[in-house]
Ligand binder design. Structure first.
Ligand code: GRG
Length: 327
């Protein structure tokens, strides 16, 4: 009998495998703009649970390649969608996980990513121009995974992140915007990749991050808001990069994530009793890996991919440098 006391791995694996089965459902079509991200979330959750091969590799690679936007030179979220940095990063993450990065037109993708940077240093998501620190992180992350960081204007990029730093140590979506835990993650992780964690007011930020834990064990994204399983990842990954994971009560957080599992058909919801989805399933499992939950594969907190894969690419450098500076 399934219960909330342990991670229901077989149930979550079958939940993820079944996600593409109901192509006639309205919900399937309503989420087309998230399809590439959803495949990255599902695949990474499976990797962390030790079931990487549960989804068909060839079918997955064929789908990714069918989302190539020839005009832009990058990937859309779905065939015939315009290229966007969110789907391009997910495509790169999927191809790397499946050891198929040779399928990418590297010069075109790098050109697309660099074209998104604005004079202020922030990045747009696509040619339509919305800007956000999310897109900055996705661009830095993608260039790093592709081994092309030397093409980036690092000073300009870091100077924009610096402008987004607030009095509470956190970061927002744009310069002057309120601190938000997910935006904190994207800024901290970008600085980790660029080996510039010294830009962070660490005691103040880690205090603000630790304050995100509520009496029920869950974490919220900013003061006075509700807890949500996804913040388990955004907050923990930031604390993990800054070597302060112990500032969270891990037993209470683990219990909160486990209690958000759906017991009949699997999947994890934003909070107990809600409908599960692949986004919260992925970030719940990812957070449990960072918490050292037994039997899970280690996750890299910066790239949110299996740690061994990131290590094999020689990419674990920014946060290790910090560890050296603080010890
Ligand atoms: C994980 C490698 C990797 C990449 C992801 C796209 C991205 C990079 C990160 C997204 C970060 C982000 C801004 C997530 C949003 C999380 C979220 C639930 C936002 C909801 O905001 P509100 O204001 O919710 O609706 P609150 O919780 O504040 O009420």
């Amino acid at each position: 009998m399934a219960s909330h006391t342990e991670l229901l791995v077989p149930l979550h694996v079958s939940y993820i495998k079944a996600l593409g089965d109901n192509k006639d459902d309205l919900a399937y079509h309503m989420t087309a703009h998230l399809r590439m991200n959803a495949i990255y979330w599902g695949l990474t959750a499976l990797c962390v649970m030790g079931h990487k091969d549960a989804l068909d590799r060839d079918e997955m690679i064929a789908f990714v390649m069918s989302c190539w936007d020839e005009e832009a030179g990058a990937f859309g979220a779905h065939p015939d969608h315009d290229a966007h940095i969110l789907s391009t990063l997910s495509a790169i993450q999927i191809l790397i996980t499946q050891d198929a990065l040779d399928r990418i037109d590297l010069p075109q993708v790098v050109k697309f990513i660099l074209s998104l940077q604005q004079p202020s240093g922030v990045f747009a998501g696509d040619s339509f121009g919305e800007v956000d620190t999310r897109f900055l992180f996705c661009s830095v992350n993608a260039l790093s995974l592709l081994g092309q960081l030397d093409k980036l204007d690092v000073e300009k990029t870091v100077s924009y992140i610096r402008q987004c730093r607030n009095f509470d140590g956190g970061f927002g979506a744009q310069a002057g915007a309120e601190s938000h835990a997910a935006q904190v993650f994207v800024c901290v992780a970008a600085l980790a990749i660029l080996d510039r964690l010294d830009e962070i007011d660490q005691p103040t930020l880690c205090w603000w991050l630790a304050e995100r834990q509520l009496p029920n064990g869950g974490l919220n994204g900013r003061p006075e808001k509700l807890e949500d399983v996804c913040y388990s990842f955004w907050v923990l990954s930031s604390l993990s990069i800054l070597n302060k994971l112990s500032w969270i009560d891990s037993e209470k957080l683990t219990a909160f994530i486990l209690s958000s599992q759906e017991l009949e058909n699997g999947g994890i919801a934003d909070r107990p009793g809600d409908m599960p989805d692949v986004f919260h399933t992925h970030f719940g499992v990812a957070a449990l890996s960072l918490l050292g939950y037994p039997g899970l594969v280690d996750l890299d907190p910066v790239y949110c991919m299996p740690a061994k894969l990131i290590e094999s690419k020689g990419l674990r450098k920014g946060w290790e440098a910090l560890e050296r500076r603080t010890t």
